[in-house]
Design a protein around this ligand. Structure first.
Ligand SMILES: NC(=O)c1ccc[n+]([C@@H]2O[C@H](COP(=O)([O-])OP(=O)(O)OC[C@H]3O[C@@H](n4cnc5c(N)ncnc54)[C@H](O)[C@@H]3O)[C@@H](O)[C@H]2O)c1
Ligand SMILES: [Zn+2]
Length: 366
């Protein structure tokens, strides 16, 4: 097992990464000072696969832990599920000394974390992420929240977890499409901060995609280190944390323009990164060799859902609704080189609009 840390003074917390963490969970949790059973939040699918080993571990230290189930999928990251978690907390007799343990992907983690942030004005929570995306991204950094019909993550808070425990073993049961989608967020971490991580993915892609524990441990740890370091330097996303949005300006717009049905999040980010590479190349930022190298790797990970039939106008409108517009200019993260990112506030909307139309039309045949 390896460890990294999010450093935020008295709210600092460890991120554990390794195989078999679920089985030794209670030892880690008691060492962190948790002396009573948590209220567990999960979904039926994840709990069926990994609940027993969590339950056994918790029971040994604390006796039985109550479990609240929310539905499986993004559409359950909503107010009704939140209400269910509050009610489960109340049924379990929870008070200000209680704590929540989230077992699942980003949906469970975001929702359980928001419940913890708001229940009796905030109780601690621990993230036990079970998707690659959640391990390297959503579980770290304290952004918690739910969706409204009108938009994703419209309700939320910053509430840092007390610990993140990423058991690599849980990724063995993850569908391959989810694994590949999460890998694009790992790649993004490399692209903005670590050329070494890009090289590792290039050299070990097959091992990662076939869920080799040592390869997964390496990439989860490295990406977690990067996310943890960025969050430590800018918790509230005043500036530096925005670099984690590389590929997300166009990625989010593609997701919204297709009603969140066509792409997994990481797949949309992959298209978004390709768009950002192309746009950066047009601006003369990224050298051709590096651009080609990144595009090649993105294509090697998996065959992405096509852009065919997506109206550039709808993508553009969705992009406008996103938070990244700042005073008539668009904010975008671009790469001066691989392993380094730059936040640009001076993107000319007309230029990006024209680029995007070409990008979508010319990529539609892939
Ligand atoms: N808080 C943040 O900073 C942040 C960052 C990125 C994304 N997010 C959020 O994360 C969510 C997406 O997370 P996700 O990609 O993990 O999706 P998800 O939670 O929906 O999980 C994907 C699917 O995999 C299943 N699953 C989870 N673990 C499994 C396992 N070990 N084996 C088999 N199946 C398993 C889930 O039940 C689900 O069907 C979105 O709501 C997004 O907004 C938040
Ligand atoms: Zn993302």
């Amino acid at each position: 097992m390896k460890t990294t840390e999010v450093r935020l003074g008295s709210r600092s917390y460890p991120v554990f990464v390794g195989e078999g963490i679920l089985a030794r969970l209670s030892g880690l949790l008691t060492r962190l000072g948790f002396s009573s059973a948590p209220v567990v939040v999960s979904n039926p699918r994840v709990f069926k696969l990994h609940g027993d080993s969590l339950r056994r571990s918790l029971e040994a230290a604390y006796g039985p832990a109550p479990v609240v189930f929310i539905g499986d999928g993004e559409r359950f990251k909503n107010i009704a599920s939140l209400q269910k978690v509050y009610q489960g907390l109340i049924r379990a007799g929870a008070d200000r000394r209680s704590w929540v343990l989230a077992l699942g992907g980003g949906v469970v983690g975001d929702l359980a974390g928001f419940a913890a942030a708001t229940f009796v004005r905030g109780i601690p929570y621990v993230n036990v992420p079970t998707t690659l995306l959640a391990q390297v991204d959503s579980a770290i950094g304290g952004k918690v929240g739910i969706n409204l019909k009108q938009g994703k993550n419209l309700i939320g808070a910053f509430h840092q977890p007390s610990a993140v425990l990423s058991d690599i073993g849980t990724l063995r049961t993850l569908p391959s499409r989810e694994l590949a989608s999460g890998l694009y967020e790992v790649l993004k971490c490399g692209v903005i901060r670590s050329e070494k991580l890009i090289l590792y993915i290039e050299r070990n892609l097959q091992a990662i995609l076939s869920a080799s524990p040592s390869a997964l441990e390496h990439v989860v740890l490295e990406a977690s280190r990067i996310k943890a370091a960025v969050v430590s330097s800018d918790e509230m996303e005043a500036k530096q944390r925005m670099i984690l949005n590389y590929g997300h300006t166009v990625g989010h717009a593609l997701e919204a323009a297709t009603g969140y049905r066509r792409f997994k999040h990481g797949e949309a980010v992959a298209w978004g990164m390709m768009a950002a590479v192309g746009f950066g190349r047009e601006l003369g930022l990224l050298e051709e060799k590096s651009a080609q190298r990144l595009l090649r790797l993105i294509h090697r990970v998996t065959k992405l859902p096509t852009l065919r039939g997506i109206s550039p106008g709808r993508v553009w409108n969705a992009l406008g609704r996103d938070k990244k517009f700042a005073g008539g200019r668009i904010r975008m993260v671009l790469l001066p080189r691989l392993g380094a990112a730059e936040i640009r506030n001076d993107i000319d909307p007309a230029n990006l609009k024209r680029f995007l139309k070409n990008f979508i039309e010319s990529s539609s045949n892939i």
